[in-house]
Design a protein around this ligand. Sequence first.
Ligand code: PFF
Length: 462
Amino acid sequence: MATRGSFSNRLGFVLAAAGSAVGLGNIWKFPFEVALGGGAAFVLMYLLFCFLLCFPVMVTEVTIGRKTQKNPVGAFTALGFKNWRFIGVLGLVAGVVILSFYNVIAGWAFGYFVEMASGNFAVSQNFGAFTSDWVKVGLYAIVFMFFTAFFVSKGVSGGIERLAKILMPSLIVMILILVGYSFTLPNAMEGVKFYLIPDVSAINIGTIGGALRQAFFSLSLGMGALITYGSYLSKNDNIVSSSAFITLADVGIAFIAGLMIFPLVAYNNGGDMSMVQSDQAGPGLIFITLPGVFETLGPGLGAFIGAFFFLLLSFAALTSTVSLLEVPVSYAVDELRMRRKPAVIVVAIIIFVVGIPSLLANGASDFFGTAFKLPRSSDFLSLVAGLADIMLLFGGFLIVSFAAFIWKKHNLHEEIASGYEGYENTFVKKGISFLITFLCPFILAILFVLVLLDNFFGIALI
Ligand code: PFF
C-alpha cells in the first residue's frame, strides 16, 4: 500500500497549517465582518475568541490527528469510538460545502488579478456585471479548482508544503507593502481609528456571533482540516507551540489586513467611516471599494497595485483551498482505498458541481440570487456560507467535548506530551485542561444556540 505521506519537518507543517488558516477569511471576509460588526468592538471579541476558545480546539484537532494518523472520519474509529465518526462525517460535509463556495470567490479574486494585469481596469467598475457573467466566472472557478487539485495531487510534502513555503512569505511581504502604501493616503487615520478604538456599547449577539464564526472559519477549525494536517505531523514535534504559532500567524495577518484596508476605505470615503456599515460592508468591500481607490491612482499605477492586491488574495486563497480539498481526499485515500490522483479528480469535480448554485447566486440566476432570504442571508452563496459557519461551530463544540469527556483528557495529554519535553509539570497542561474540559465546551454550547437563533430565526437574546 502507498505510504500516507508526511510533512518533512515542523516548519512544513506550521506553514501549511498557517496557509490553511490564512485565506479569503483574513483578507476578504475579516474586514467586511469588522465593518458589519461596527469596527473595533468586533475586533476585540474576535481576538478573545481566537485565543480562549479556538486555540484549545486547534490543539485538540492536531492531537487527535497526530495520535491516529488518520483522516477526520477514520480518526474516531482509530481511537476506538466508531459511533463518534459522525463528527468526522459532518466535518467532511462542511469541507465540501465550504470549498464549493470558497472556490467561487477565489475565482473572482483570480479573475480580478487576470483582468487587471491585462489592463482591463474596467472590471472593477462593475462588480455586479462581472459576477453575473457566469461563463467568465465559471471559467475562473474551473481554473482555480484546477490549481488546487494540481497541488493536492502532488501530495503532502511535494505539493501542499512546497506551495505554502513559497506563498506564505510572499504574502506577508506583499501585505506589508500595501499597508505602508495605504498609510500614506489622506484620511488614513480615520480608518485606523474606526478599526482600533472600540465602542463597547456596540457589542450584541450579532457582534459576538459574527466574531465567533469568523474566528472558527479563519482558523480552519471545526471540520477536521487540522485533524488531517495533524495526521501528517511527526511525533517529535511540539503540538502546543506549533498551534500557538499558527493562531498568532492567522490573527496577525487578519489584523494587518485590516490595517491595509480601513485606511483605503477611509481615503475612499473622504474620512467618513459612517458609510462603511451601510453601503460598503459585505462581500463587495474588497471587490468594489478597493478597486475604486486604486482607480484614483491613475490607470497605470492603479492597475498595477490592483493586480498585485488580487494576486495576493489568490495566493492566500490557494493555500486554504488546498487544505479544504485535502480533507475529503485523505478520507478517500484512507477509507475508500483510492489512489491519490483519481481521488483528487473525483472529489474536485463533485465539489465544483456542488458549487454551481453559488456560482450563479450573484447575478446570473434570479432564483439562486434572491430566493434564500433568512435574517442573515439573501442569496444561495451567503446561505451556504452561513450554514458552513454554523457547522464549524458545532463541529468545534463536538470535537472538544469528545476529547474531554469521551476520549478523556489524560489520553489527550499523553499525546501532547510527545514532542513537548517536561509537559507533565507545566502550567500549560493545567491551562489546557481547564480550557478543554470547562471553558470551551460550555461556552461554545451556549454561544452556538445563541448564534443559531440569531442567524436562522432572527431571535436576538442578547
Ligand atoms: N481559514 C480559511 C480562511 O480564513 O480563508 C478558510 C478555511 C480553510 C476554513 C480550511 C476551514 C478550513 F478547513
